[in-house]
Design a protein around this ligand. Sequence first.
Ligand code: TTP
Ligand code: MG
Length: 352
Amino acid sequence: MRIIMHLDLDAFFAACEARERPGLKGKPVVIGADPRGRRGVVSTASYEAREYGIHSGMPISKAYRLCPHAVFLPVNFRLYWDVSERVMRITRKYADKFQQTSIDEAFLDISGCGGFEAAGKIANELKKEIFDREGLTCSIGIGPNKLIAKTASDYRKPDDLTVVQPENVKEFLFPLPTRRLYGVGKKTGQALNSIGIETIGDLAQYDVQSLEGMFGRWGVQMHLMANGADDSEVEEVEGIQSIGREVTFQEDTSDIALLDETIDAIAEDIYGTISQENIAFRTLAIKVRFENFETHTSQRTLNRLAAEKETIKSVAKDLFGKFAESKKKIRLIGVRVSNILFEGEQKSLKDY
Ligand code: TTP
Ligand code: MG
């Protein structure tokens, strides 16, 4: 039997800032502001700022209207990357197998620990070590597979631990709203509501063929997930593969200026990291998810190694060009560089 842990740091970018400047602790903090004005979108907000209704993906201008006295800070990706690396170094010691899936999330396979009770103890030790050494809180979920572990870490954020034993999977999942299921966003949630599906339990008990008729393969996948099924492995990735960042807009958008600013901001972040780490890349990919969840990627491999900010911006915008024509609104935009080389030799960092 598998025992899987999922760790997700709380309000990560905001928590990193508060760690550098203790005066920010307990205050509403919004990350993502353009230092020159109030353009762009919110990357994240402290839990105090979330009380005002501020969330990732919301235009900064709206966040400002909701809470003018919040502290607005630009994204300092270098700092977050550094902190992330330190936290992940602590975390991987606790795992038989370790897979970092984003700047602030990781899966740990801890099947060898003996049981779910022991797993809970390990999670508390890990939370304590991260807090004592790095001053950050996180939420941890433990379950018999990655899907349950991830849903559990999100169950009662922040600073929580939720353990779901195999015999309690359905009891845990079924009462939750469908939006809590991995990959189900606002649009899918609304479509499900329109056929009377409110909870994960409703979805699990719904006729799978009808779901397939409505959503295609994704309908079948959702039905399996709603029943708690997932047999994917925690995959160790050796060395850094790529560096990227994605932004999900709180409201789907076709505002070209906002999309342009967002690509610029992501490019600046990636540049900040690669310049600090002395990394050059050859391949750049852009990812676009439309309002109907249709997701496209487009990539280009350059005929030379590149490391300049302007190259990241111009290639990303060029690749984005063909999606900009679409009549559909955009939900998510991401940029990733891969095929990378460290100055000198290949260092071993983790995948982002
Ligand atoms: P999340 O883990 O989704 O968010 P979070 O850590 O800020 O808050 P939570 O306590 O709910 O986990 O994302 C991690 C970081 O990634 C987040 O701090 C900022 C960044 N991010 C963006 O830049 N844009 C986005 O749309 C999202 C969702 C996150
Ligand atoms: Mg987080």
